[in-house]
Design a protein around this ligand. Structure first.
Ligand code: AN7
Length: 359
C-alpha cells in the first residue's frame, strides 16, 4: 500500500513521542486540526484588539481530541502484546478507543454511565465493534470498575491514567505553536477528567524548553454542577447538560491544579445557561458546531472577561474538544424550529418573506 502524503501525529511528532522502530503505528491520520480565527467570539468577550482562535478538535477522525491520545495508547498496547483494551467513558474516549482498537484488531470493552452518553458517541462505539457495557452509575463509578478489572484480568486501560494518552494529546500544543508562531497568551478549555489540560501544559512546557515558544496561562472550565476542582472536593452526583464533562472526581486533579498554578492561570465554573449560550453563539455566528462540553471553554472566556482584563493584543486559543454532531439531542432543546410547508411556490414565498438572518 502506498502511504498518502498526509501523516498522523505519531509520524509528524515522532522524535518527541515515546515510540521506537518496533512500535507498530495505528493511525487514522489524526491531528493537524484547524485553528480558526473567531472575531465574533472576540467581540462577544469585549476583546476588540485581541485575537481569539478556535482549535477545531472535532475535525479529528472520530470527531474529538481523544484521537490524539488514542493513536499512541493503542499503538503501544499492540507493541506490548495487549490482549484487549478497556476504558470507562462519558462517550468520546469510548468512541475513539473503539475505532483505533478496530483498526488494530484488538478487543475493546467500554463502560459507559447508563443514560449519560450522547447518542452519536454510543453509535460509534457500537459500530466499531466494542463491547459496550452501560453501567448503572456515573462515570466515576465506571472508571473505578474499569481500573479494577484491568489489574485483575490484564486488560490495558486506555483512560488518561494511561500515560501514552497524555503524551499523544500534548501534540495539540505543538500545533498551536506552529500555527501562531509562538504559544498563545491564554488557553481556554473545558475540564472533565482533567487529562487534556495536563497534556497541553506538558506540551507547552516541552516546546518552551526546546525553543522558547512561551507559556500560556492555562484557563480551565468546569460546569457548575460538576466542578470538583473549583469547589475543592469530589462531587458525588455531578449534574450538567454537558455530559462529556459530567465527572465528579477527576483522575488528573492534582496535575490540573499544577498547570493552573504554574501558568498563573485559573480553573473556574460556568452555568449550563452560559455553556448553551456559547454553544449557540459558536454555531450561529462563527459557523462552528461543537458539542456543549466544548463550548464550556468559550463560555469561560466570556465569563472571565466580564470580571478581569486581558491585555489588548493578546492571543487567545479556545480548544473545541468535540464535534457538535456527536450530540443530536441537545439542539432539540434549543429555540430553533424547522417549518414544514406545502409544495407550492406561494407557501415558499410566504415562508421566506422575512428580511434577515434568524438569531
Ligand atoms: C468533548 O470521553 O472524559 O478534562 O470519557 O469528551 O481531558 O477529561 C471526555 C472528556 C472535554 C474533558 N470535551 O477532557 C471521556 C471523557 C469533550 C470531552 C472533555 C471531554 P478531560
Amino acid at each position: 500500500m502506498t502511504t498518502p502524503k498526509q501523516q498522523g501525529l505519531i509520524a509528524r511528532w515522532r522524535s518527541r513521542l515515546p515510540v521506537t522502530n518496533r512500535t507498530p503505528i495505528i493511525s487514522l491520520l489524526e491531528g493537524d486540526t484547524p485553528l480558526v480565527p473567531a472575531p465574533k467570539i472576540a467581540a462577544a468577550a469585549g476583546l476588540g484588539q485581541s485575537s481569539v482562535y478556535l482549535k477545531i478538535e472535532g475535525a479529528n477522525p472520530t470527531g474529538s481530541f481523544k484521537d490524539r491520545g488514542m493513536t499512541l495508547a493503542i499503538s503501544k498496547a499492540v507493541e506490548e502484546g495487549a490482549r484487549g483494551v478497556i476504558c470507562a467513558s462519558t462517550g468520546n474516549t469510548a468512541a475513539s478507543a473503539a475505532a483505533y482498537a478496530a483498526r488494530a484488531g484488538l478487543r475493546c470493552a467500554v463502560l459507559l454511565p447508563a443514560g449519560g452518553v450522547a447518542a452519536g458517541k454510543l453509535s460509534q462505539s457500537l459500530m466499531h465493534g466494542a463491547e459496550v457495557l452501560a453501567v448503572r452509575g456515573n462515570f466515576d463509578e465506571a472508571l473505578k470498575l474499569a481500573s479494577l478489572i484491568a489489574e485483575d484480568a490484564g486488560w490495558t486501560m486506555v483512560n488518561s491514567t494511561n500515560p501514552y494518552r497524555l503524551e499523544g494529546q500534548k501534540t495539540g500544543a505543538f500545533e498551536v505553536i506552529n500555527a501562531l508562531g509562538r504559544a498563545p497568551d491564554y488557553q481556554f478549555m473545558p475540564v472533565g477528567n482533567a487529562g487534556n489540560i495536563t497534556a497541553y501544559w506538558m506540551g507547552y512546557q516541552e516546546a518552551h524548553r526546546r525553543s522558547k515558544s512561551g507559556l500560556p496561562k492555562m484557563m480551565g472550565w468546569q460546569a457548575a454542577g460538576a466542578a470538583p476542582i473549583v469547589l475543592g472536593r469530589p462531587i458525588k452526583n455531578p449534574k450538567t447538560i454537558a455530559s462529556a464533562i459530567r465527572i465528579g472526581d477527576p483522575v488528573s486533579w492534582k496535575r490540573a491544579e499544577q498547570a493552573r498554578d504554574r501558568s498563573k492561570g485559573h480553573i473556574g465554573k460556568v452555568s449550563d445557561r452560559e455553556i448553551l449560550s456559547a454553544y449557540r453563539l459558536l454555531a450561529r455566528e462563527e459557523g462552528v458546531f461543537c458539542e456543549p462540553s466544548s463550548a464550556t471553554g468559550v463560555a469561560g472566556l466570556i465569563a472571565w472577561t466580564k470580571r478581569k482584563k486581558i491585555r489588548p493584543g493578546s492571543k487567545i486559543v479556545c480548544i473545541l474538544t468535540g464535534n457538535g454532531l456527536k450530540d443530536p439531542d441537545t439542539p432539540k432543546t434549543q429555540p430553533y424550529k424547522m417549518r414544514t410547508i406545502p409544495a407550492t411556490m406561494a407557501a415558499l414565498r410566504r415562508a421566506l418573506s422575512g428580511t434577515r438572518r434568524g438569531r
